[in-house]
Design a protein. Structure first.
Length: 144
């Protein structure tokens, strides 16, 4: 019985490591070459891969800043503790690009330039990854 369990386990390892990867690669190539479907599949794959890479990223909280110009607002994530820059306390923020939040801008802003929100990091990432399609009905502002 023990030998049978070990053989089944080893066959499962071989199947998932050799055949499984080949099957996934074959499916991925097929979907990427299918007209019309390839655009949706490729975009979805990029979003899923981006979200997977962001698991465990130590963002502190979600804020809103005026960026890239006045009266235009962007979601940002507080990434660290305030730093001293030219005698002023500046807060490091990451402003992600949509739909690939692995890229974006790192900015240093003073506290009076930042609007605190009650958004969870998960909901903010959904909003960024979806290009705003998965936006909450309201974004609450909190006082800090």
């Amino acid at each position: 019985m023990v030998v049978l369990i070990i053989v089944i386990y080893l066959l499962g390892l071989i199947a998932t490591n050799v055949f499984g990867k080949s099957l996934i690669r074959w499916f991925d190539n097929g979907m990427s070459r299918t007209p019309v479907v390839k655009y949706v599949y490729t975009a979805t794959r990029q979003v899923v891969n981006s979200f997977r890479q962001l698991q465990g990223v130590p963002f502190k909280k979600v804020v809103i800043v005026e960026f890239p110009k006045v009266n235009m607002y962007s979601l940002a994530f507080v990434t660290g503790k305030p730093v001293d820059f030219r005698g002023e306390k500046k807060i490091p923020l990451f402003i992600p690009h949509t739909p690939n939040p692995m890229t974006g801008f790192l900015v240093l802003l003073s506290a009076d330039q930042i609007i605190d929100t009650d958004m969870t990091i998960e909901n903010a990432m959904k909003m960024v990854l979806s290009g705003g399609l998965l936006s909450p009905e309201t974004i609450g502002v909190t006082k800090s």
